[in-house]
Design a protein around this ligand. Structure first.
Ligand code: IMO
Ligand code: MG
Length: 406
């Protein structure tokens, strides 16, 4: 193994948690470089299931050191909750296993309030992501270094006072209880302080040691603030460029892994050309258990849109594709894939005969039904990139390797 990056190629929820977990057992360092607690990465090990939102997936295997890079936005209160959740699950997160960049921005309760009040149309996760990045770009944000030097709470009180006025005069929605928020933040501050450090130096030192480094993307290419379905996107760079600004260190990624789900889903509002608002969509949701890991919302479901995945491929330079949830497509008579759009902007489909057999847990390529193999080969040809791994179920071992992952 060497330097790896994994990136979602659709609207998120492509099964990142599982691939991170497979790789994290080999990685020395796992880096999150964008986003915050809006992610929902489900890692299943044996009969244990972990849902991570902010903390990198390398924490589960216990071997890797984990980084939350300068490009992330960090909510100290949800951070504390996530650490406590992991502790209950038997994972002790200590500062020698996790470092958060002092340059990352803080998500405050005011940001979460603003997310609720201002971003209804987008259907965000409500984690305060957009408002925190807005403050960052507007240069009115506050970074985790303020928690180290003791100026954070003062900043928060001023921010809260200002927005309390807006809340009364402009937004007309009840504001948060400032005193209560201060108390919560005080507690969270002491909790998070020992984890804050210089992650650029840390990543660089691992690079010098020629260690195995894994960059873990959150969300997907179509939620990228530049390349996604704007304005129905998240507020960070979810494509490969974000890894360089948000990790801060130049490195060459030997494997650039694109995560593709065998069909498409989206949570929240925004364009979704291949969406199925019918029984077939309902069936996909049921078979794929498509409910949001962060918000519990039912996900919108539809056919795979290869035209969009190709776009993600061009942007990210994927040289290895993983295809997830193929097993959820058993039992469809016909499976469709969008390969283009017509002049009216409607998807042009290519149809494939489906397969009846259950394929959950299959580990050999030859054991897949012929029709399933043809479906996979078509995607591979279209993308001109090898599908190295096919996931056939939630478990760590439910995998077909067509090319080694390391
Ligand atoms: P993972 O990492 C799926 C969606 C939200 C909303 C839009 C903006 O699990 O793939 P935000 O709260 O980020 O401002 O919301 O982006 N969204 C996700 N959808 N998976 C995610 O992460 C997502 N993170 C954000 O539903 O439409
Ligand atoms: Mg998710």
């Amino acid at each position: 193994m060497a330097n790896y990056i994994i990136l979602g190629a659709q609207w998120g929820d492509e099964g990142k948690g599982k691939i991170v977990d497979l790789l994290a057992s080999r990685a020395d360092l796992v880096v999150r470089f964008q986003g915050g607690a809006n992610a929902g990465h489900t890692v299943i090990v044996g009969d244990k299931k972990f849902v991570l939102h902010l903390i990198p997936g390398g924490i589960v295997s216990g071997k890797a050191v984990n980084v939350i890079g300068n490009g992330c936005v960090v909510d100290p209160i949800t951070f504390k909750q996530e650490i406590e959740y992991l502790k209950k699950q038997g994972i002790d997160v200590t500062p020698d296993k996790l470092m958060i960049s002092f340059q990352a921005h803080v998500v405050t309760p005011v940001h979460k309030y603003l997310d609720r009040v201002l971003n209804k149309k987008i259907g965000t996760t409500g984690r305060g992501i957009g408002p925190a990045y807005t403050d960052k770009i507007q240069r009115t944000g506050v970074r985790l270094e303020a928690i180290v030097n003791g100026t954070f709470l003062e900043h928060f009180k001023q921010q809260a006072k200002l927005y309390e006025q807006y809340a009364q005069n402009l937004y007309k929605e009840p504001f948060l209880n400032i005193e209560q928020a201060v108390e919560e933040l005080k507690e969270a501050e002491t909790y998070i302080r020992p984890f804050i450090g210089d992650t650029v130096e840390l990543i660089h030192s691992y690079l010098n040691k020629k260690a195995n480094i894994l960059y873990e993307g959150a969300q997907g290419a179509m939620l990228d603030v530049d390349h996604g379905t704007y304005p129905f996107v998240t507020s960070s760079s979810t494509t490969i460029g974000g890894a360089f600004t948000g990790g801060g260190v130049f490195l060459e990624f030997d494997k650039r892994i694109g995560l593709v789900k065998a069909y498409a889903t989206r949570v929240g509002e925004g364009p979704f050309p291949t969406e199925l608002n019918d029984e077939t969509g309902e069936k996909l949701r049921e078979k794929g258990h498509e409910f949001g890991a962060t918000t519990g919302r039912p996900r919108r479901c539809g056919w795979l849109d290869l035209k969009l995945v190709k776009r993600a491929q061009i942007i990210n330079g994927f040289n290895y594709i993983t295809l997830s949830k193929l097993s959820c497509l058993s039992g469809f008579e016909t499976i469709k894939v969008a390969v283009d759009y017509d002049s009216a902007g409607q998807p042009v489909y290519r149809s494939f005969p489906g397969w009846e057999q259950k394929i959950e847990g299959v580990t050999e390529w030859q054991d897949l039904p012929q029709n399933a193999r043809e479906y996979v080969r078509f995607i591979e040809d279209y993308l001109q990139t090898p599908i190295g791994l096919v996931s056939t179920g939630p478990d760590r071992n439910h995998v077909i390797y067509r090319q080694p992952l390391w």
